[in-house]
Structure formats: C-alpha cells, structure tokens
Design a protein around this ligand. Structure first.
Ligand SMILES: Nc1ncnc2c1ncn2[C@@H]1O[C@H](COP(=O)(O)OP(=O)(O)O)[C@@H](O)[C@H]1O
Ligand SMILES: [Mg+2]
Length: 497
C-alpha cells in the first residue's frame, strides 16, 4: 500500500501498522494524492473525511493531535474536512492504579503513601496523555496528581519520527500536498507534542500565565507543587467548580453566567491581545467556574504565543472589520498571506463582503470565521500557522460563552476593551518604531483620523518604503513626528471613549 519507504528497522513495524490501518479504512486514494502511494485516481468518495478521521483515531494520540492541528487550518481544508476533524478524540483506556504506581513512585522518589497524606486510586479523569488522580498533601491541601501514561513518550516520539519522514516524502512527491506545507505542519506538531509530553512545561506555563493575570483576582490558575512535579508528574491545587457547559448548571451553583461570560471575554482578549500568551484550548473541560463568579483555567500544556507585531495586526484586523474599513482589512490579510502576491482588488472585494456581513451587529466569531476562511481560500490566501491557533482559541472561548449566556455578543466586550488594549499598546511602545506602528490602531479608533495618516501607517506596517507623501527623512524627525501624531490621536481616542 505505502510505497517502499526506507526507514530504520525500529520504525518498520509501525509503518506496517499505518499501512494496515490505511488499508482498513480504504485510504489508498488519499495516500496516492499525498504522493505516498501509487495514485489510483478517480473522484473523492464523499466519506473520505470520515474514514480519514477514523484512521487517525485508530493510529493513536500523535495522529489525533495531527488531525486536531489540521482542524484549525480552515484556510487550507474545506469545511467538510474541518468539521470531521473537529470530531477527533482519542479513546484512552482507564489504567488501574497498579499500572501507574511504578512510574509515579519513581518520579516522586518515594512511595505514594509517604508523599501524600491520602491518595485516591480511583482516577478523576483519564485523558490521552495522562490520568488524573486526587490526593491530599500532609498539610491538608487538596491536590490533583496528573500522571503521564507509561510508555507514551517513547511511542509518540517514534510516531513523530515517522511522520517527519513521511512529510518530507509528501513535500517531494505531491504538488497538491505541497500547498499544505507539510513540513511546517509537522514542525508545529513536533513543538506541540514535545511540549505537552513534558509536564514541567505545563507547570511553567501555569506559573507564567498566573503571573500575567495576577491583576485579575477572579481568574484562578492552580498553584503547582514543584517538589512533587517532574516531566511525568504534575501536582497542583485541586479546584472545585462547575464546567461552563450551560447556564442552568452555573446558576444552580450560585454562579452568574452573564458575569462569567464577561470575564471570559475579558480574559481571552487580554491573553491574546495584551499579554501575548494564551490558553490554546479553552474548551469547557479545561475551564471551571467557581463561587464568586470566578473562572479557573486548567490544562496549560498548550500555550499559544503572539508576538507584539502580530498582536497589533490582530487588533487591526478586528477593529477594521468592525469599523467597516475593507481597505485596511485587505491590507492586514495581504501582510499575513504567505506566498505569491494575489490580486489586491480581489482581496479587497473579499474584505468588503466580510465587512458587509460582520462589520456591524453582534459579533459571532464562529460565524464570522465560517465566512472568512472560504473567502480567503478562494483567493488563494494562506495564513501563518500561529494565527490558526489564535482563531481557534477565540472561537472556542466564544462558543463556551455563547453556550452559557445565549446571545452573548463579543463585540460589546471588544468595545469595552478597546481603550484598554490601545492604551496598553501605547505604554508598551517604548521604541519609536512601535510608536509609529501604534498610530495605525489609534487612527482606527479615532474614526475621523485623516485618511492619509492611515495610509502611511498602513504602508509602514506592510514594510514598504515608498511613502505616499513627503515624510521626514531623518529618523529623529520621524520620531518627533510620530510622537506628535500619537499625542493627537490619543487625545481623540480619550475624547471618543
Ligand atoms: N487542578 C484541577 N482541579 C480539578 N480538576 C482537575 C484539575 N486538573 C485537571 N482536572 C480534571 O481532569 C481533567 C483532565 O485534566 P487535563 O489537565 O485537562 O488533562 P488533559 O491534558 O489530558 O486534557 C480535566 O478536564 C478536569 O476535569
Ligand atoms: Mg484537558
């Protein structure tokens, strides 16, 4: 089935397994199109996405993760594939505690009975990479102990080795598949899996995110107990709360869904647009609502990073969409696009459609994105992969908030956050270049800002040298000019706020 592939002896057995699974789900055609087997041709059977999803599940957590990464790439894959990959889940068997004890005690360096005053051998949760148990520390603190599944690191590393090898072949063997940048995709998979396999990374992510959000006393991130933690075991505060699946369950626990929705929106906007470090998968299983309308974040294995530049672009993207500026929206899309320059007119036309549909009224991200991706796919635009994770995190959170508070409108939260976001960008703008780039946001906030200024900042953003008007040519003059303009814009922003 698979072409004869030269791999190390230790990987041969797994390759045979992959081949067998692909055969079982009738994926010859898919392998052919990926350049991994003889192309059998013919039209794509309508259940190909479903069969592919089942095959990925059968192949285990590494392949499930690969599918989940692909599920965020709405710029690459058509809707039916995205929908199918959105259903991916790995059925991991619950392990008896006896199967975990050896690894756990090795990591702790002492018997479970010595480390904990009480240890619950019944698991709280069994997930693909870990099993979670409750325990009590000797000082009475209730904790959870997240234990990595024995042998999983070795298996996933072997999978990654093979997938990397296959990606190289796909890249070489199929023009169609090259559009998917398979090697870049696999790099993302490698980064994600290696980070998630090392539980000290998750612990550090928790500490960092807690520090980022320390001003907001309604956000809870469980404390990590480092003396008991290692790359295979993570011990943290047990959090008692209600998962935000629907409003009734929250109300029954004395929690106000509207307050949680506002808090969640504020949180996700702060993480993505202010701090540049965000929870990559804020689904209801990774969130808990607590009395006092507080919100806890769990499962910090996957953290997304947004550079300052990207934060600015993203803010520009949302603000230009909401202020109806299709030109500015198109500019951002063109900056993001990875590949040959497409026709600007067509991108502007696509941006205009988007503005017409989502420029006003409630902002439902999932609906906006459902329109957005087919449009940009049609124009052949390919987005940088880090954006996919940002969109995914925002959509996931938006979906959660809409489920607990029907009719929840993110645009209101955005409106409330707007002044804060821009002010933050300003206070972070120590370097003159940043001040200049900031003008872009400011010019959008003050709706009556001169169009010319917008054009200049737009070009600066795009890194173009050609200026639409004579500009100060000395760097020092530029800085003075920029600061002066920024001052004027801030004044306008404050007045409008
Ligand atoms: N600190 C905690 N307090 C209470 N429950 C927790 C805590 N950490 C994890 N859990 C429970 O265990 C489940 C799995 O843990 P999680 O960290 O999400 O693992 P995974 O990365 O495998 O999804 C969570 O969905 C939650 O129900
Ligand atoms: Mg989880």
């Amino acid at each position: 089935m698979l072409k004869t592939i030269v791999v190390a002896a230790r990987d041969r057995e797994r390759l045979a397994e992959i081949s067998a699974v692909a055969g079982r789900y009738g994926l010859d055609m898919l392998l052919g199109r990926l350049g991994l087997a003889k192309n059998v041709g013919g039209s794509e059977p309508s259940d190909l996405p479903a069969r592919t999803r089942q095959a990925l599940e059968a192949l285990g957590p590494t392949y499930v993760k690969l599918g989940q990464i692909l599920a965020t790439r709405q710029d690459l894959l058509p809707e039916n594939w995205i929908e199918e990959f959105g259903r991916l889940h790995s059925d991991a068997p619950t392990l008896s505690f006896d199967q975990l004890r050896g690894d756990l005690e090795e990591a702790l360096g002492e018997p479970v009975e010595a480390a904990f005053a009480r240890f619950d051998t019944e698991p709280l949760a069994a997930a693909s990479m870990a099993q979670v148990h409750r325990a009590t520390l000797h000082d009475g603190q209730e904790v959870v102990v997240k234990i990595r599944r024995p042998g999983i690191a070795r298996r996933m590393q072997a999978d990654l080795r093979l997938i990397t090898h296959l990606a190289g072949m796909v890249e070489a063997g199929s023009r169609e598949a090259r559009r998917f940048q398979p090697r870049a995709l696999v790099q993302q998979l490698l980064d994600t899996v290696l980070e998630e396999l090392d539980f000290t990374q998750e612990g550090r992510n928790a500490d960092r995110l807690r520090a980022d959000l320390s001003d907001n006393h309604r956000i809870v991130i469980p404390a990590i107990y480092w003396t008991f933690s290692s790359d295979t075991v993570l011990v943290m505060d047990y959090v008692e709360g209600v998962a935000p699946r629907n409003g009734e369950a929250l109300r029954a626990a004395g929690i106000d869904p509207a307050a949680i929705a506002d808090l969640g929106a504020e949180l996700v906007l702060d993480m993505v647009l202010v701090n540049g470090r965000f929870h990559g998968d804020p689904h209801p299983g990774n969130l808990l609502c607590l009395p006092g309308n507080r919100l806890a974040l769990l499962d910090l294995g996957l953290i997304g990073h947004v550079s300052g530049r990207r934060r600015q672009q993203f803010l520009t993207f949302i603000l230009s969409l909401r202020s109806g500026d299709a030109q500015a929206l198109a500019d951002t899309l063109l900056i993001w696009h990875q590949g040959d320059q497409p026709s600007r007119e067509r991108v502007v036309a696509a941006a205009e459609q988007l503005v017409a549909r989502h420029g006003s009224g409630p902002l439902v991200l999932s609906r906006m994105v459902a329109d957005f991706f087919p449009l940009i796919r049609k124009e052949g635009l390919i987005l940088p992969p880090d954006l996919a994770l940002i969109f995914k995190a925002l959509i996931t959170m938006d979906g959660v908030l809409g489920a607990i508070q029907p009719g929840f409108d993110l645009s209101e939260a955005l409106q409330r956050a707007r002044g804060r976001l821009v002010m933050h960008q300003l206070s972070a703008a120590h370097a003159p270049e940043k001040t200049v780039a900031l003008l872009l946001e400011l010019s959008r906030i003050a709706d009556d800002a001169p169009r010319l200024l917008r054009a200049i900042t737009r070009r600066l953003e795009a890194g173009e040298n050609a200026h639409p008007m004579p500009l100060p040519d000395k760097r020092s003059e530029w800085t003075a000019y920029a600061i002066m303009m920024a001052g004027a814009m801030i004044a306008a922003a404050i007045m409008l706020h």
